[in-house]
Design a protein around this ligand. Structure first.
Ligand SMILES: [Zn+2]
Length: 172
């Protein structure tokens, strides 16, 4: 396994639409292993393939709290089937938007169809944090970041700060 480089916004590759996975093979399995390792090391509770520069519909999540048993989930070609009208709000962050957090209101519950690592089609219905994380990660597959839910003013401020930090990192 190896650690992958996580792209930081603003980056055009984070705005691209990911392509469906055609074949669940050993190369995909390796990508998923690397994504898990990268996510745990960050640490984060979700990671989408576009965040590591791979424009494929793959996400990994694990919302287990510290000290709890790991609950790794890899979702291939995830597709939202249903969203509840009831909403909930979480303070969201993103490994591609480091050190910035904001409240985002989303549907409280979600039903997702996906393929697992064996290529089997599965469905999951989630609420709470897992629902938010699934929606957040699936957004990445269509080039959407949580900052896109914020006001233009707030989004602009965050992206300018990240851009500035990148330039300083290159110089420093
Ligand atoms: Zn994210």
């Amino acid at each position: 396994m190896s650690l992958l480089n996580i792209l930081v916004a603003p980056d055009p590759r984070l705005k691209n639409k990911a392509l469906p996975v055609e074949k669940v093979d050993s190369a995909l399995s390796r990508l998923i292993d690397d994504m898990f390792e990268t996510m745990y090391q960050a640490p984060g509770i979700g990671l989408a393939a576009p965040q590591v520069g791979v424009a494929k519909k793959v996400i990994v999540v694990d919302t287990a709290k510290k000290g709890e048993e790991a609950q790794p989930m890899a979702l291939i070609n995830p597709e939202i089937l249903w969203l509840s009208e009831e909403t909930s709000s979480y303070e969201e962050g993103c490994l591609s938007v480091p050190e910035h957090y904001a409240e985002v209101i989303r549907p409280a519950r979600v039903r997702v169809r996906y393929q697992d690592r064996q290529g089997e089609i599965r469905e999951i219905e989630a609420d709470g944090l897992l629902s938010t994380v699934l929606q957040h990660e699936i957004d990445h597959l269509s080039g959407k970041l949580f900052v896109d839910y914020l006001s233009a003013l707030k989004r602009g401020m965050i992206l300018r700060k990240l851009e500035k930090a990148k330039k300083q990192a290159v110089r420093g």
